[in-house]
Design a protein around this ligand. Structure first.
Ligand code: CS2
Length: 480
């Protein structure tokens, strides 16, 4: 970063605190924080954000010198626009000071605790959606009053509120998980039940966990983005966020009633869709966007493509992804009211093709063990039931299996990031041929339910063998 330039400065004070956000990464700063700032500008309200980093101090260290203001850069195909976001008041690092995090979560001013802690942050079993009580962080949190996991923080902070006679906060999950509100409610109640059944009963009665569908493509900020922005503006922002123009937030309208009109920012005024049932939106987004994102990530990576834009610029991938939408994904679920899924698919294609968004296939390929069930396996299950062939999605699962084997089709090592990386590699290494490797990986019950695994065996084995024998391009053409 150019050291001779002045650092970014806050222009106006942040609103008083109203919301704690766990996992203040680039996504929430480019998405939820921007909506909330817009809502405060439009309708007022004390909705300043206290961010919490559960693990690393990096975001706090970058934002603190600039008083928690940062630039959101919107990258359109025809140029960019920038804005300075000033709704974050503070960032706490949980590892350094768990007590400070619990204290602010228990503060009467806080009415919402939102989360983007990624799929693995819920410490659940992806195949069943239930709390994984063998998870080391959950085992820790059952025995220690100072938690380390997101469910642990939620439960311990809710306990403090109950003791203080305060209403709970609304838990607003913003991660790409199926039925995410019910999921986070489930893990919180299960953990609370083990610590104190009365607390669990109180949370079950008074707590609210609205489901949400969140959508904006926000690739990780790269050092060259920081340098370029500094050169263009003459000011150094250590932590800008880069995002596409599109955004959509669908939220189940069920916040803690005790706060009345102060229960949430005026999200409806800034385009958030408050609905009774998020499920159809969530199916649409997880299956059509994230399902094809992951498919393109594994296959694109193996074909040597660095980004999603590069991948869909390759004609065989463009036909492949359209085939996935029209033949395998759209027929698998019911569209949200008034939405034309063919139009939605074409809009997705345009978003992927945006050359200004350099979203790496490697980034999206991360944590596949936590993503596959809701992105791809649900569609495969529904297609099997309807006896609808899914050659493209089977190929995507096979590509994931090759990917987690740790060696690409040219024999080069892959830097696999996944909580199960070691186990998946061992399973793959210990089996001999394609059918052995596929069978070993399909046997991971945390990802594949046994019924689905046995139904998928032959199609995925054939796809795996085809990728190995003929490469990605041939295998893609074969599905068309
Ligand atoms: C992506 C998502 O990294 C990934 O796995 O599929 O982050 C995706 O960009 C967002 O969900 C878009 O809303």
């Amino acid at each position: 970063m150019p050291a001779d330039l002045p650092g970014l400065k806050r222009q106006a004070p942040a609103p008083e605190k109203g919301l704690v956000h766990l996992g203040l990464g680039a996504f929430f700063r480019a998405f939820g924080a921007v909506y909330i700032e817009d809502a405060v500008k439009t309708s007022g309200g004390d909705w300043g954000i206290v961010g919490v980093s559960l693990q690393s101090a990096r975001v706090r260290d970058q934002l603190a010198p600039q008083d928690f203001a940062y630039t959101a850069v919107e990258l359109g195909p025809e140029g960019e626009t920038r804005r300075q976001v000033e709704v974050v008041r503070d960032v706490l690092v949980a590892r350094e000071n768990p007590e400070a995090v619990l204290a602010v979560m228990a503060d009467p001013a806080i009415r919402i605790v939102s989360l983007t802690v990624t799929e693995k942050g819920y410490c659940h079993d992806p195949a069943t959606g239930r709390l994984n009580t063998d998870h080391p962080d959950i085992r820790h949190d059952l025995e220690n009053a100072e938690p380390v996991s997101a469910p642990g923080y939620l439960v311990r902070a809710l306990a403090r509120r109950k003791t203080a006679g305060l209403p709970p906060f609304t838990v607003l999950t913003c991660d790409n998980l199926p039925d995410n509100g019910r999921l986070v409610r489930g893990v919180v109640l299960e953990l609370a039940e083990r610590l104190d059944p009365e607390l669990a009963a109180w949370i079950a009665r008074e707590g609210r966990f609205p489901a949400t569908m969140v959508d904006r493509i926000v690739p990780a900020t790269k050092p060259e983005d920081i340098d370029r922005l500094a050169r263009e503006t003459g000011v150094c922002d250590a932590a800008p966020v880069m995002h596409e123009p599109f955004r959509q937030w669908v939220v189940e309208d069920g916040f803690v009633p005790a706060y009345g009109r102060e229960a949430r920012p005026d999200l409806a005024a800034v385009g958030v869709e408050l609905v009774g049932n998020v499920t159809p939106y969530e199916h649409m987004k997880l299956r059509m966007l994230n399902g094809t994102h992951s498919s393109l990530a594994y296959l694109g990576y193996l074909a040597g493509h660095e980004t999603i834009a590069d991948t869909v610029a390759d004609p065989v991938f463009a036909s492949f992804v359209r085939g996935l939408w029209h033949r395998e994904i759209i027929p698998s679920f019911t569209a949200p009211p008034g939405v034309d899924l063919n139009v939605y698919a074409e809009a997705l294609f345009e978003r992927y093709a945006n050359p200004a968004i350099r979203h790496r296939t490697w980034q999206i390929a991360m944590d596949g063990s936590q993503k596959l069930p809701q992105r791809i396996l649900g569609t495969l299950r529904d297609n099997l039931e309807a006896q609808r062939p899914s050659p493209g999605l089977s190929l995507a699962v096979a590509a994931w299996m090759i990917y987690v084997g740790g060696t690409d089709l040219k024999g080069n090592p892959i830097d696999v990031r996944d909580p199960l990386a070691e186990r998946l590699k061992e399973l793959s290494d210990s089996a001999g041929d394609a059918s052995g490797k596929v069978a070993a990986l399909l046997g991971v019950t945390g990802i594949f339910d046994p019924h689905l695994a046995s139904a998928l065996g032959s199609a995925v084995t054939a796809a795996y063998a085809a990728l190995q024998a003929n490469g990605v391009r041939f295998a893609l053409e074969d599905t068309l």
